[in-house]
Design a binder for this molecule. Sequence first.
Ligand code: HMG
Ligand code: MG
Length: 309
Amino acid sequence: MGEVIRIHEVGLRDGLQNEAAFVPTDEKVRLAGMLADAGLTRIELTSFVSPRWIPQLADAAMVAEQAPRVPGVRYSALVPNLRGLEGAKAAGLDAVAIFLSASEAHSKKNINKSIAEALEVLEEVARAAKAEGMWVRGYVSTVFGCPYEGAVDPAVPVRIVERLFDVGIDEVSLGDTIGVANPRQVRDIVGRLQAILPLDRIALHMHDTRGTALANVLAGLDLGVTIFDSAFGGLGGCPYAPGASGNLATEDLVYMLEGMGYETGVDLEKLILASEHVAELVSRTLPSKVLQSELGKRIKDRDRAARSR
Ligand code: HMG
Ligand code: MG
């Protein structure tokens, strides 16, 4: 058995929040089932945020209530405030993710709050969730660069992470919101955090906007990081970060990790079925390279079979 890597699947949340098409609730529910069937054990279902800000996820309560629960799978949702936490709890979730930015301008655009204001709200949310025995993840966005401010001082996300762990969160996910990070930055920031946190509390959330996501994952792996976020098909981005298209595709991550001898527990063929289905629903070709290659191979095989008839 190779080392186990935990994949945190964010396609239904980070992916769909950035698609022009609204995916119907029953299809989101069906996709959640397909992802669990493919072996994913962490599925971020939706966000309990303002439907004015993120209309694509306006059906959060229904999705979270109706998604089939497979034992051993952790189902979570994003919550920006106590109201979101209440919504997640009422929908039967026992895991939530709070989120804030490491840059002031992105923070304002994303949640209409300064970093200090956001921290105050989120500390209250985290305390309330922990008091209920919930699992809490904290996302820090724009760790590696901001669409409005450019470079981000790494001391800022480190201070934010310290504050969040002081109120008892379980895990932090470091977001390359707009896909600008490079492996040297990953080594720098993970190295700083490693000095204050166990490595198994640190996840990397890479967007592949500029093709550097897997290189960044590799830098994380070399340091001992074992939790990575990705979206099936390579769906997604952040609607308040111009140009932020494409989370790292789960297929591409699984392909590389399994090839290197790591254990992900994911069945690539089943995952591809889910990605093909969501691609139809959002009416666009999805960027996952492994998905593209598989679809290309099928077309070739079909043509060959037709010629030989
Ligand atoms: P606001 O306008 O400052 O606050 O928004 P508000 O309290 O005045 O509320 C505005 C409206 O939202 C009101 O309704 C509230 O009732 C409602 P209205 O009067 O306009 O009809 N509201 C809510 N509705 C449902 N659920 C709630 C809730 N709270 C208030 N929980 C707020 C502040 C935070 C609500 C807003 O800015 C918001 O919802 N932002 C969401 C932004 C978002 O989801 N961004 C994408 C996720 S972050 C991300 O993708 C990055 C990540 O992937 C990591 C990475 O890549 O780096 C995680
Ligand atoms: Mg993201």
